[in-house]
Every structure is written in C-alpha cells, then in structure tokens.
Design a protein around this ligand. Structure first.
Ligand code: ADP
Ligand code: MG
Length: 480
C-alpha cells in the first residue's frame, strides 16, 4: 500500500487504525442500526495516491453504499488521508476477500430486526433489471426460460381462466382485484410456464419495473443463507425493492415456519406498497394445509385461478403446436395416440413427443403409428404401473437393512426413524396418496408427522450428499 508522500509503505497497523477511526466516526454519524445494515461489510483494500478503494460483498450493497454514503465517506477519508480525492467502490471477488487487507468489523452479528426500507430505485434496479446482465443476478433470482412465453402457451378450456388472469396481470401489474394472483394446479399443467410468460411480458411492456421470479425453495435457501451469513437486511431489501415478486411452488414453504413468516412480511410490505405478487402452488389457498391462517387469507385476497387437468382436445392442440415449433411433420394419428395415452400432464406429453422427434431424426425415418410403441414403450408402461406405499416401504427397509415392521413401529431411534422419513417422503413424491392416508399406512401416524418428514428430507437432501444419493437411487429402483 502506497501513499503519495512516503516511499515506504505505511505499516498495515497504522492503516488499520486509521480505517477503524474512520468507521467509528461514520457509525457515530449514522447510528448503530444503519451502520450495521449497510456499512459493516465494507473492506478497505488500498489507499493509493488520491484514491481509496473499498469493496463490498455484493453489487447491491456496493451501489447502495456508493450512492448513499459515498460523499460522507470521502470527507471522513480526507480527515485521515488529506491527499484523497476519490472513493472507489467495488464488489469484492473471492480473491480479494481472501487477501482481506484491512478487515471489516471483526464481530459479525446476525441481525433479525426489521429492515429500513430502501426508497431508492437505482439500487434495486441493479439486481432486478434483466437488462443489466450481471452474473450476480443469478445468485438470488432464477433465470427465465426463453421458451416459456404467452406466445408458446396453448389455451384451452382447462386453462383459459388462468391464462386470462395472467395476461391481465402482465398488462397492468398491481391492478385492483388481481393482487395477488394465485395460480394453482397439479404438476406439469403450466403454472411455471404462465409465471415466466408474465415476467417476460412485463419486462417487454414495462422495462422500468423490476421483476423477480424464484421458486419457494430458492426463497427458503436464500433466506436461510442470509440468516447464516448475517445479511438478512440485504435479502429483505432486495425482495422489497422489486415491483413484481413471483414465488413458484409455494407449497414448499409449508412447515418452514421462519421462512413462511419472512414471506408473509415481504408479501405484506409489497402489497401495501402497491406492488404485484404472483404465487403458484399445487393446491388452492384453502386446501394448503400447514400454512398460517393470516397468510392463507392474504393469499386468497386477490384472484385465485385454477389450472385444471388437461382434456384430450387441449393435449392434442399442444402436441400440434409443439410439433410445429420443432418443425417436424408428425402424422395426426400419432399425435392422437399420444394425446390418448399420455393423459397425466403436459410435461410428460412434451417429453414423449421430443423423444419421437429425436428418434426419427436420428434414424432418418418418418414417424408412423408403429414407431410409437417401439420408441415410447417404457414411457407408456410406467404410465400404467402404479407404485404402492407397500413397494416403497419394502424397498426402503431393504436398502437400510431394517425390518419392514419398523416402518409402522413407534421406535424413534435415528437408525429406523430416518429411513421411515425417507419412505414417507417417497410415498408423497411417488404416489397420489394424501398426507393423512400416508400417515395411516405408517402405523397410524398423524399427517403432520408425514409433513414434517417430507420437509426434513427435502432439507437434508441439500446438505447431505449420501442421503440425496440414497433417495435418488431408491426412487429410480421404484420407478423402473
Ligand atoms: P407446472 O409448473 O404447473 O408443474 P410447467 O409450467 O412447468 O408446469 O409445464 C410443464 C411443461 O409443459 C412445460 O414445458 C410447459 O411449457 C408445458 N406446458 C404446460 N402447459 C402448456 C400449454 N398450455 N401450452 C404449451 N405448453 C404447456
Ligand atoms: Mg412448476
């Protein structure tokens, strides 16, 4: 580290002392809470000539500190280093962080307080505007899939209401009566597709409005990460600075009390500020068990739109549209057969069509009715075969070398309780049984026990690689 005056670098100890003094003055000026929320994570990198270089761990914090405290910091810096004319704020990279020339405050407290609401749109746009491509965006916001637009969404009786609502929200976000928009329906019926379509349309029609889309799971991991990292303030501020917040698959928040609470506060803050919320889930607000009543009430307070199971007609139209998009000739008879045979959801339907198309391209043969069973044989079969809770219990017990009876017993030892939870988790994932039904099949347990097992295993699969592999393996064995 050099200064203008000395040929010898001032010793690091002196620099650290100056930096500590500067921060103490700043803290006195802005107050403890504000300092902790925004400024604590500053790291002094260098004082070189007229320039002081400070880094912050995210682009969001960097912009915020520069815009709100830049001048103040420059004056304070000049008191320590009179030659200084300019402050340079950068996002710290891993390498810089590792070097840690002069650290931020040693104590990293976790702050659970309420956020000071950011009032400045520039700071928020830095992370929420898709046009400012920043690899950091991906850290907290899920990327949008280019294929999922209104143009590629086929409308039919089962989804026309949900589609119409989605269109309205995309045209006029936060319109009275349409906030929140709650989309629900079974797997693969187009909820995520509609949400992405809304986001794309808002980005096109209202580029100045920051839109954030993420899965509820991602929301949870981000929130837990922020709690651990002691930067909940930043997380809250990011969330509250968007114009449109979309949370996909809300059912994942069931049983996650802290996260649910955080979502509830975010939800209220945004709706009260006239921002649009879009939520999807596998059930209606009334049928989502395990969420707090006050959240349920708010979720149902706007418009609730159901994506119904597909009809034969809709499936056929979707297949025709997809074949056309792919630019392949598929005989109508083949499409009809698929629409008949694969009635579960659109995702499976798409998968089947893709496979047929790939096959015909690979072998340069036209698609005929005969190719279908040949190519889709396994797919058509799994659709007929049902996995039972009994299969699951047997396989899981076998895998963990425990007795089948331990699946129903009251024993709580980890060695049997964990496999039992895995089995409950798989029963929820692989069968259409309800939570109470599953509970009954595991020695008459309560549905909340099953719910707990499902969320516990979901969580553990993130941290525990071995468990995640076990579950994947068991699932494969059961599905084939
Ligand atoms: P969900 O989120 O409800 O589980 P998705 O939105 O992920 O379902 O849809 C599954 C797949 O089916 C996606 O590839 C999506 O593009 C497609 N899909 C669903 N509904 C339609 C539709 N009406 N028109 C075109 N594609 C659809
Ligand atoms: Mg989805």
């Amino acid at each position: 580290m050099k200064t203008e005056t000395g040929n010898l670098p001032p010793d690091a100890g002196q620099l650290a002392a100056q930096w500590a003094r500067l921060r103490a003055r700043l803290r006195d000026e802005v107050g403890e809470a504000e300092y902790r929320n925004w400024l604590r994570q500053m790291v002094l990198q260098t004082v070189e000539g007229e320039v002081v270089l400070i880094t912050l761990p995210s682009r969001f914090l960097r912009d915020w500190v520069r815009d709100h405290y830049g001048d103040r910091l420059r004056l304070l810096a000049q008191a320590e280093w009179p030659q200084v004319k300019r402050m340079d704020f950068r996002v710290s990279t891993a390498a810089q962080a590792a070097a840690q020339p002069v650290p931020s405050d040693a104590q990293q407290e976790v702050d659970f307080g309420m956020p000071s609401e950011p009032s400045n749109a520039t700071a928020s746009r830095a992370f929420a505007n898709p046009r400012q491509a920043d690899p950091r965006d991906g850290e907290w916001m899920a990327p949008l899939d280019q294929r999922l637009t209104f143009e590629s969404f086929v409308v039919g009786k089962p989804n026309e209401f949900a589609h119409a609502c989605a269109r309205r929200v995309a045209e006029r976000p936060a319109m009275a009566g349409f906030n929140p928009l709650f989309l629900y329906g079974g797997v693969g019926l187009g909820k995520t597709h509609l949400m992405h379509a809304i986001a794309w349309a808002i980005r096109a029609n209202h580029p100045e409005r920051p839109v954030a889309y993420m899965s509820a799971e991602k929301f949870m991991y981000r929130f837990i990460g922020a709690l651990r990292g002691g930067n909940t303030m930043e997380f809250k501020a990011q969330l509250r600075s968007v114009d449109v917040l979309m949370i996909d698959d809300l059912q994942f928040l069931i049983g996650k009390d802290n996260t649910q609470e955080e979502f509830f506060h975010t939800f209220n803050a945004l709706v009260d500020a006239g921002k649009q919320i879009v939520v999807s889930a596998d059930k209606s607000p009334n049928d989502l068990s395990g969420i707090e009543d006050r959240l349920r009430t708010r979720l149902g307070g706007g418009i609730v739109a159901d994506l119904h199971a597909t009809t034969y007609e809709l499936r056929l139209s979707i297949l025709q549209a997809k074949a056309q998009q792919a630019g392949v000739e598929v005989p109508l008879k083949v499409l009809e057969l698929l629409a008949h045979k694969i009635a579960s959801n659109v995702r499976d339907l798409e998968g089947a069509l893709n496979r047929l198309v790939a096959h015909s391209k690979l072998f340069g043969r036209p698609l005929t009715l005969d190719t279908v069973p040949e190519v889709l044989n396994d797919l058509l079969r799994t659709h007929e075969r049902r996995i039972t809770i009994d299969d699951i219990q047997r396989k899981v017990a076998e895998h963990y070398s425990i007795r089948m009876t331990d699946m129903f017993s009251a024993r709580r030892a980890r060695a049997v309780a964990r496999p039992r939870q895995v089995a409950m988790f798989l029963a929820k994932q692989l069968t259409s049984r309800s939570l109470p039904e599953i509970g009954r099949r595991f020695g008459n347990r309560d549905h909340t026990t099953v719910m707990h097992a499902v969320s516990r295993i979901t969580e553990l699969m993130v941290e525990d690689r071995v468990l995640a592999e076990d579950v994947t393996l068991l699932r494969k064995m059961l599905e084939t």
